[in-house]
Design a protein around this ligand. Structure first.
Ligand SMILES: N[C@@H](CCC(=O)N[C@@H](CS)C(=O)NCC(=O)O)C(=O)O
Length: 220
């Protein structure tokens, strides 16, 4: 018996939850989803009781009578990659993989202006926000990252499905919440390669599915 259980937060709000969820869903890896409502009076206590870091997302892998818990988005992504090597969730080319790991680390540790001033509101549209200097710097850096990855690796890979490194990878999942923010708070000027990449991710069936879930949660 082997079962993956991913615990996530509200789909409209929880950008960190979207990342491993999209990774599993788009890669076609079966998993069970559990959800905790954030920003409720009881949220802190529930998270403190069941989540190692008191946050979502976290993953439980039940294998027979053993249970492995993994938390924090990058660690969850690495664990999924280890468990399903045939999915090639890191690019197979060494230079592309080094680039992908670098931009994932950069996303994990940075972009605080974008995160704080443009919080993910997955199903809201047309929220026009002034681009303060800090947000514009983050958007410019993301534009450079996407353009660089697509021009140096994605467009040159043997199979180019339009993802950052050609085929779907952890890096695409890590940057998916940024796509949502650019749609919600845009428009912002991007290079032609970055624009095409944003539209590619926004059009993924898994993104639509997450949006349906977010709408259903808002209606409850
Ligand atoms: N470094 C963590 C960040 C996770 C995080 O910030 N989760 C937020 C939701 S998006 C959370 O659990 N907030 C609830 C809280 O902190 O009380 C990761 O990479 O997974």
């Amino acid at each position: 018996m082997s079962e993956l259980v991913l615990t996530i937060g509200d789909k409209n709000l929880s950008s960190w939850s979207l990342r491993p969820w999209l990774l599993l869903r788009h890669a076609g890896i079966p998993f069970t989803e559990e959800s905790i409502r954030l920003d409720q009076p009881e949220t802190r206590k529930i998270l403190a009781d069941i989540s190692p870091a008191g946050q979502v997302p976290f993953l439980k892998h039940k294998i027979d009578d053993q249970e492995i818990t993994v938390w924090d988005t990058l660690a969850i992504s690495e664990y999924i990659n280890d468990q399903f090597p045939e999915k090639n969730l890191w690019p197979t080319d060494g230079a592309a993989r080094a680039h992908a790991r670098s931009i994932c680390a950069e996303m994990h540790a940075g972009f605080t202006n974008l995160r704080n001033l443009w919080p993910m509101q997955f199903v809201r549209e047309g929220m026009r926000h002034l681009s303060t200097g800090g947000v514009q710097r983050d958007v410019d850096r993301i534009n450079d990252i996407w353009t660089d990855a697509r021009s140096k690796f994605g467009t040159k890979s043997q199979i180019d499905d339009g993802f950052l490194y050609g085929t779907f990878s952890i890096a695409d999942a890590m940057y998916a919440p940024v796509v949502s923010r650019l749609v919600t708070y845009g428009p912002v000027a991007l290079s032609p390669l970055a624009t095409a990449y944003r539209d590619k991710i926004q059009a993924l069936p898994a993104m639509a599915n997450w949006g349906d879930g977010a709408k259903a949660e808002l209606d409850r």
